[in-house]
Design a protein around this ligand. Structure first.
Ligand code: DON
Length: 585
């Protein structure tokens, strides 16, 4: 189950110029950009839905940062205020999350960044983990022919981490500050400590069984109990690792004592990552997936993430209808589910690391292809995909968004996959390792921990990146200016959550707070099921969808962080389903 943390107390911690845009009691907010199709009524949320429309988003005039941890957002605002650009601030947030948000922020994981510079240039950085050199296709299949749990828990679950190399590559190419400047907040937080809040205490309690198996237990579960609310998490080993990175750059992590500590812990626990794997790691600059939706520009992440192509394919199918169906109606949810279903069929079968397979990006992202998909969608009937096991919900990644006063924008999603990754904590170096190997199709055709059924394109091979659903995305308004910076957590539900937030803004003209707080659905082809957030879709709408042939089930959505341009600056929002802080200057 998702935990629900509200952001309001956290947002009160910083002095924020609160915008009145989007504020209006129970009336849905409106945003400031034009382009809403004339036939679309403003949406109102079902009365049973947890969040009321009209929530107020923190806003700021010059720049904005939204992340899932208050100290990390404050690190980003500190850098923006000191004159850094959005990339400097994003790198500062990334390192600070590794300290202040151990459940998902990381040095031991990987991620994706989508960047739009004020010059109009868009780019994407892939710093996804890679399979170690000794990895093999069937490494998680036991003697009985069944999948083992080794891709999820423990030393064999980790891919070679990319986060440090990725953040430093971003800084080097597009930043303006030094490593020492942007890493200062993270080093301070590691050395002086982070105050444990209710969210961190609850998160540690929820994962205590996993953490207790490995070396992080003494730090995070002193006396066997999660760090108490109000106590301080002080991380001297992590501080020393950050010091080495600040001094030596990527070599401070991928070579020398930190790499040796990773290798030693792997050897101790039967893992396979070696110092040579670490030394060989390279992030990859990619051409962003660019497309349009009803006159708005879309800049999204290409493979090795499936996020961009799946989003664009969904949008292209929806765009084949000239009209926009009224929000929340069976008609609109049917179109959305049918589009998601088809995009996920392609995602699950065809996408993977472009260094290993040929990805038909142009075809999948083309408007022509969307028209052929649309021809298979009946107006009043679901199309079955063969049924498989139900999926589990994921909730352990983190997205952050930054914009600056010069018009640069960055969306980054990073993860160690599960909460606290594989559970393995690297003694002396002070961080958790990921369990990203589970994102491969460890046994093509068998569901992974997100219930995703994937094919040979995403089978394990040495050095290969596992397919991701992470979807950091930037939306441009019809004039080509940055309108939204958005991304989220939730495995495959990231894609459907990001899509719906964008549709809520572009098609239904919601304020940012409403676009993110609105109830969502999810469909990922297999299992062949339309999931809806409880209370978010009224019973008569569920019944109408079932009458069309959809199997339906209540289920969670992803969690988003997002920024949107307003008439006076920027709104920033943390999904009300999750904790965090949006703040600016
Ligand atoms: O890359 C992926 O798609 C997953 N490893 C993301 C995991 C995730 O979002 C977990 N939950 N929030």
């Amino acid at each position: 189950m998702m935990t629900r943390h509200f952001t309001r107390t956290a947002t009160a911690c910083l002095t924020l110029a609160l915008s009145l845009i989007g504020c209006g009691g129970d009336a849905p907010g409106t945003n400031q950009h034009s382009g809403r199709p004339a036939n679309v009524e403003l949406a109102s949320f079902p009365t049973e839905w947890t969040y009321r429309p009209g929530a107020v988003a923190p806003s700021a005039e010059h720049g904005m940062v939204a992340s899932n941890a208050g100290p990390a957002t404050e690190a980003g605002v500190e850098i923006l205020t000191a004159g850094g650009n959005a990339i400097d601030a994003a790198v500062a947030v990334g390192f600070a999350l590794a300290v202040a948000y151990p459940e998902a922020g990381n040095l031991g994981g990987g991620g994706y960044a989508v960047v739009r510079l004020n010059s109009g240039e868009a780019t994407a950085l892939d710093y996804r983990e890679t399979a170690p050199a000794s990895a093999s296709r069937d490494m998680y299949i036991g003697p009985d022919g069944k999948l083992t749990a080794d891709s999820i828990v423990g030393h064999r679950a980790s891919g070679v981490p990319g986060s440090v190399a990725g953040l430093l590559a971003l800084l080097e190419r597009h930043g303006t500050m030094t490593r020492a400047q942007v890493m200062a907040p993270a080093r301070r937080l590691a050395r002086d400590g982070v105050v444990v809040d209710e969210a961190m205490n609850g998160s540690l309690a929820g994962s205590a069984e996993l953490i207790a198996k490995f070396a992080g237990a003494s730090l995070f579960l002193p006396d066997g109990q999660p760090l108490a609310i109000g106590s301080r998490l002080v991380q001297p080993d992590l501080a020393a690792t950050l010091d080495r990175i600040a001094e030596f750059g990527a070599d401070g992590f991928y070579r020398g004592p930190v790499a040796e500590a990773v290798e030693a812990e792997m050897r101790r626990g039967g893992g396979v990552i070696t110092a040579a794997d670490l030394a060989a790691y390279e992030p990859a600059w990619r051409t962003a997936v660019t497309s349009s939706y009803r006159g708005h520009g879309i800049i999204a992440m290409p493979p090795s993430s499936s996020g961009g192509i799946t989003l664009v394919e969904t949008f292209n199918v929806l765009e084949t209808w000239n009209d926009v169906a009224p929000w929340g109606t069976p008609e609109s949810l049917h179109r959305l589910a049918a589009a998601f279903q088809r995009a996920f069929v392609d995602r699950n079968a065809l996408l993977g690391d472009p260094a290993f397979i040929t990805v038909p990006t142009d075809r999948l992202a083309s408007k022509d292809y969307a028209r052929t998909l649309r021809e298979q969608i009946a107006d009043d009937r679901a199309t079955p995909t063969p049924d498989v096991q139900p999926l589990r919900e994921g909730d352990q990644t983190t997205n952050y968004a930054v914009v600056d006063q010069w018009g640069n924008a960055v969306a980054i999603t990073t993860t160690i996959n599960g909460l606290y990754g594989s559970g393995v904590w690297v003694p002396d170096a002070g961080f958790f390792m990921n369990n990203e190997m589970d994102d491969f199709a460890a046994q093509p055709g068998t569901p992974n921990m997100f219930g995703l059924v994937q094919g040979e394109a995403n089978a394990i091979a040495p050095g290969k990146r596992m397919l991701s659903a992470m979807s950091p995305t930037i939306v441009l308004d019809p004039n080509g200016a940055v309108l939204m910076v958005v991304g989220g957590r939730g495995g495959p539900r990231i894609i459907t959550a990001v899509a719906q937030a964008i549709l809520n803004v572009v098609d239904y003209r919601m304020s940012l707070a409403d676009a993110v707080g609105a109830p969502r659905i999810h469909h990922q082809a297999l299992p062949d099921m339309l999931f809806y957030e409880e209370g978010g879709v009224p019973a008569d709408v569920v019944a109408a969808l079932e009458a069309m042939g959809y199997a339906t089930r209540p289920g969670g959505s992803g969690n988003l962080t997002a920024i949107m341009r307003t008439a006076t600056g920027w709104d920033g929002i943390i999904d009300p389903r999750r904790q965090g802080l949006a703040a600016g200057h």
